[in-house]
Design a protein around this ligand. Structure first.
Ligand code: FAD
Length: 570
């Protein structure tokens, strides 16, 4: 049964999908449908509560996918969270609004993406943003900014929460970061991130609620008559226009199960845009017959476009935690972040690490190629890893993020490696789209990733033990001196890191924007190679990890993609 005919059908009303829906429906002659598996969550306290990070975990709006057992980390699986709601993962995330380091966006251009660099992306970051200038009180608490790099008229409200921790805590934390030689940065979103600061978040200060994609991009335009939203509707695959005389295959819609469980189709006259997230969009490509012919063949799916890199190149980061007891109770929102370069973490050992990693690149490439069953190419991976290496060791972009959260009689640190080399994959496991996928991020597959995480865990211990905190911090709760003594070897640290890590939930690159011979799935307009009218617009297209958190960059990419779509048709 057909639900209707539209110019554009968007699969997934998430972070990126709602940007596309909003921008395309600005033209009242253009009809747009959004099909979203989840529901509206504007009244869900687990979503709206500004300080409520984690409340939504494990509830009905968390897909909580499960990874394959992680061979390089004790064979345990990991819970991979993602939002199932209008607004997608922006409804359950940590709210951080942090972009990227200019050099790493510039590196995209070396991957066959002409015209994609920091300077050309900056206008789209701004276009998406409505920066709420901090109040006097917030400035007194320690917020700083450069309004020139922010947008002030876009849909997405950013800024600082109302209940900030005050000046005294800020001075304490500033002195702590400074003790490791890290400089203060006034503005974290101008493309140069090394240093520490209080970071902005996605928040509606007036309503004192989370600002997510639904609130920013959908609520204000929900009454447009040329925009239809289908919630609780799960897309299985796209349908092909068998009558098309175009030399490149065209799709003409999607198949989905509606809120009542009925099987339906919906027609797209112009394009289908996949915005189902990095752990879904590649699967929808595979179910539709776009992917590796080997994998599709195994599950009896007819190959329409042989595109072996679909679902490859999966990259994520790993998070660790350090917890300390304290004699002081702090209240209010803590938003302290430090971005450390390789030299900040490894000091005099940086030179040796550089040599070791450079000498390992061929072997890193070989491991990744082997793990991909030969789908990835040795020479290509060497090239990609050389670019990756240079970002770390030549450009010295941040490699580690450390957040400090002063709380009730405790001080918590969380940290992660920003630029792991390990790569994995995501693929379908049957021809039934309700079967969970095989998701393997291959955490700690390559030894730089572990070394980086150990170095950062040690830096956390140094921060906690700094002079600045000695009157406040009273003991180490985790990892704890019993399991990781002060003089612990790297082997002991490695075990502690692997025993307690979790996914950082920054999955990317499963339908990467790159030249096709480098392993790309979409071109610079985010059109899928070999198909006339399908785009992927979400975290799947990000080819290399970013130092910031993902949404800021996803909103910018989606703004730019919407413009590319408009350029094609108007
Ligand atoms: P999503 O926003 O996930 O959108 C995909 C949408 O598609 C979802 O609504 C989903 O329900 C829908 N969908 C999926 N499959 C189907 C289907 N078959 N049919 C119909 N609909 C479907 N980033 C930050 O910037 N700051 C942070 O502080 C931060 N913290 C995070 C904390 C957590 C716990 C997590 C999980 C992520 C965090 N991130 C953070 C990352 C960031 O939120 C995500 O990377 C980003 O929101 C992903 O956007 P997307 O458009 O790729 O996908």
């Amino acid at each position: 049964e057909s639900a209707g005919v539209y110019d554009f059908v968007i699969v997934g009303g998430g972070t990126a999908g709602l940007v596309i829906a909003n921008r395309l429906s600005e033209n009242s002659y253009t009809s747009v449908a959004v099909i979203e598996a989840g529901d509206l969550v504007f009244d869900n306290k687990n979503v709206t509560t500004v300080d409520g990070y984690g409340l939504a975990f494990g509830t009905e709006i968390d897909w909580q996918y499960e990874s394959a057992p992680q061979a390089y980390a004790g064979n345990k699986t990991q819970t991979l969270r993602a939002g199932k709601a209008l607004g997608g993962t922006s409804t359950i995330n940590g709210l951080a609004y942090l972009r990227a380091q200019a050099a790493q966006i510039n590196a995209w251009e070396h991957l066959g993406n002409d015209g994609w660099n920091w300077e050309s992306l900056l206008p789209y970051y701004k276009q998406s943003e409505h920066f709420q200038i901090p109040t006097e009180q917030q400035c007194a608490a320690g917020t700083t900014y450069d309004v020139a790099v922010h947008g002030t008229t876009g849909p997405l409200k950013t800024g600082w929460p109302n209940a900030l921790q005050g000046k005294d805590v800020t001075s304490l934390i500033n002195a702590t970061y400074t003790s490791l030689g890290l400089p203060y940065i006034e503005e974290a979103n101008d493309g140069s991130m090394r240093g520490f600061t209080r970071y902005p978040v996605t928040v509606d200060q007036g309503l004192n609620v989370r600002e997510d994609a639904g609130r920013a991009y959908y609520l204000p335009i929900q009454n447009r008559t040329n925009l239809d939203l289908y919630t609780n509707s799960f897309v299985q695959r796209m349908t092909w226009d068998e009558a098309s005389t175009n030399s490149t295959p065209r799709v003409n819609g999607v198949m989905y199960t509606d809120a009542s469980g009925k099987q339906r189709t919906i027609t797209a006259k112009k394009e289908v845009i996949l915005s189902a997230g990095a752990l879904r969009s590649p699967l929808i490509l595979e179910y539709s017959g776009i992917g590796s012919s080997d994998i599709l063949g195994q599950h009896g799916i007819k190959v329409k476009v042989d595109l072996p890199f679909v679902g490859e190149n999966l990259q994520d980061q790993t998070t660790g935690a350090g917890a300390y007891s304290s004699n002081t109770s702090f209240s209010g929102t803590a938003d302290y972040v430090g971005y450390f370069s390789v030299a900040d973490i490894f000091g005099n050992d940086t030179y040796d690490l550089n040599c070791t990693v450079r000498d390992s690149l061929l072997q890193y490439a070989a491991s990744v190629v082997e793990a991909s069953n030969g789908v990835l190419d040795q020479k290509v991976m060497e090239k990609l890893f050389m670019i990756h290496h240079d970002l770390i060791f030549k450009d010295q972009i941040p490699i580690s993020e450390i957040l400090v959260t002063p709380g009730e009689n405790r001080m918590d640190f969380s940290y992660w490696g920003l630029l792991p080399f390990s790569r994995g994959s995501i693929h379908i496991q049957s021809n039934d789209s309700t079967t969970p996928a095989a998701i393997n991020p291959n955490y700690f597959q390559l030894d730089y990733d572990l070394k980086q995480q150990i170095g950062t865990a040690k830096a956390v211990r140094k921060l906690a033990g700094s002079d600045a905190l000695c009157d406040v911090v009273t003991g180490e709760l985790s990892p704890g001196l019993q399991s990781v003594p002060l003089n612990a070897s790297d082997e002991v640290w490695a075990q502690a890191v692997k025993d307690s890590y979790r996914s950082n939930y920054h999955y990317i690159s499963t339908a990467a924007m790159m030249a096709q011979d480098l392993g790309g799935v979409v071109d610079t307009n985010l059109l899928v190679y070999g198909v006339d009218n399908v785009r992927v617009v979400d975290a799947s297209v990000i080819p290399f990890q970013v130092c910031g958190h993902l949404t800021a960059t996803i909103y910018a990419i989606a703004e730019r993609a919407a413009e590319a779509i408009k350029n094609r048709y108007y």
